[in-house]
Write a protein that binds this ligand. Structure first.
Ligand code: NAD
Length: 377
């Protein structure tokens, strides 16, 4: 792992969820920008001290020299956005598979380079848009794919948070500080940080692609260089219309990712803080509440459910589904076999690239007088 040092956020979720199914073991890390903290973190994980490295460059070079079977099989990248590309590039060039957090990089040119490297090396590359790992998100995808809602006409994918309602970045807050710094975050804060999740969720569930955007991006807290709120009207490739919005100044909101999709015959609704319930609405019959672990769930939802009905699953399990699928793919590769189709169901480098293109498109639209802007592929 790179990142995930003391006091960090998402690296800790990665280590727990990766090891959930006992297919993955944490064997080494360059956990922190400060080498002393990397050592401390390694000690906390009871790692061999020689494998808590000072830098990711040292880690990749030394791991490569270890015998097969002892060296790491893949690298998890859980650092701020400006430290995604370099470890990913080095890992791929040295034959290691990659699981990277989003946004894929902090600029689209680097994202394209990673796509090329993945295509050249054939290595596994997952991007942790982990909300698509929830069983009820899979169920929503399968309901739409089966045609039960009819042709999709409208999609609302919203991601309100309230934690940046005040200038938290000026207080030394670790996660806020780098997110509001263009040198580390990239050209967007809010749209890159959580707007990309809202895009990925709606494209995954509906199977549709955004083709045009009309965006209004704002800085609501004075003194910031990057957006903290944004509203985007979108058009999809089947002519459906939609709204994607992301906000970090929606005071009082926690992590309110929510999606609503409406077709000709019915609609569905899923909200991240209640992930085990999918609400399906019909024109001609009562609302249904679908929960995981039941026999009427789709095979895809069942494959991604660990517990019997009524035993709630959460974020660790959703992340764990990405890691379980990655582990299955790598295992098959090591054995010279093709992975089963269900194991290929995780966000890839192409989803990461779309996230970067979404950021570009939204910013281009926000800056243009025309407003409606073609999705920049
Ligand atoms: P954080 O600030 O909490 O942690 C970042 C960690 O990376 C720290 O331990 C820091 O010391 C380490 N680091 C920085 N530079 C390093 C380097 N050169 N070598 C080794 N370690 C280094 O950040 P966070 O909030 O956990 O976010 C990390 C990434 O995860 C971001 O890209 C963010 O967008 C993404 N993220 C994704 C999700 C999700 O749901 N998938 C949620 C939160 C954050």
């Amino acid at each position: 792992m790179v990142g995930g040092g003391p006091g960090s956020f998402i690296g800790k979720i990665h280590t727990k969820s990766a090891q959930l199914d006992s297919q993955i073991e944490l064997v080494c890390g360059a956990f922190d920008v400060d080498p002393a903290n990397s050592k401390l973190q390694g000690k906390e994980y009871y790692l061999d001290p020689s494998r808590a490295y000072d830098t990711f460059q040292e880690m990749i070079s030394k791991e490569k020299d270890l015998p097969e079977g002892r060296r790491m099989d893949f690298l998890s990248i859980t650092t701020p956005n400006h430290v995604h590309f370099e470890p990913a590039r080095l890992a791929l060039e040295n034959g290691f598979h990659v699981v990277s957090d989003k946004p894929l990089t902090n600029n689209t040119e680097d994202a394209r380079k990673l796509v090329r490297l993945v295509e050249e090396t054939g290595l596994v590359f997952a991007v942790t848009h982990a909300y698509t790992g929830y069983p009820m998100v899979k169920e929503a995808k399968e309901i739409i794919r089966s045609g039960r809602l009819g042709k999709i006409r409208k999609v609302v994918s919203e991601y309100p948070q309230g934690w940046l309602s005040t200038p938290l970045e000026n207080t030394g807050h670790m996660q806020a500080s780098w997110r509001l710094d263009p040198a580390m975050s990239g050209k967007s804060n809010c749209m890159g940080d959580i707007g990309t999740h809202a895009l990925n969720l709606c494209e995954y569930i509906t199977g549709l692609k955004v083709t045009q955007v009309c965006a209004d991006i704002s800085i609501m807290v004075e003194g910031r260089k990057l957006d903290d709120d944004g509203n985007v009207l979108v058009r999809f490739d089947n002519a459906a219309r939609g709204i994607i919005y992301a906000s970090q100044i929606s005071a009082g909101e926690e992590n309110g990712l929510k999606i609503r999709v409406y077709g000709e015959k019915g609609g569905l609704e899923w909200i991240q803080v209640e992930p085990n319930t999918l609400i399906v609405k019909w024109l001609d019959k009562p609302i249904e509440h679908i929960r995981p672990g039941n026999p009427w769930c789709s095979d895809l939802a069942k494959y991604n459910t660990r517990f019997p009905a009524g035993h709630p699953e959460g974020l660790i399990e959703a992340f764990g589904n990405i890691y379980r699928n990655v582990a299955t793919c790598i295992q098959h590769r090591l054995e010279g076999k093709e992975p089963p189709a269900e194991a290929l169901d995780f966000p890839t480098v192409y989803d990461g690239l779309r996230g970067m293109q979404f950021i570009d498109s939204v910013i281009a639209s926000a800056e243009s007088e025309n407003k409606w802007t073609k999705f920049l592929e």
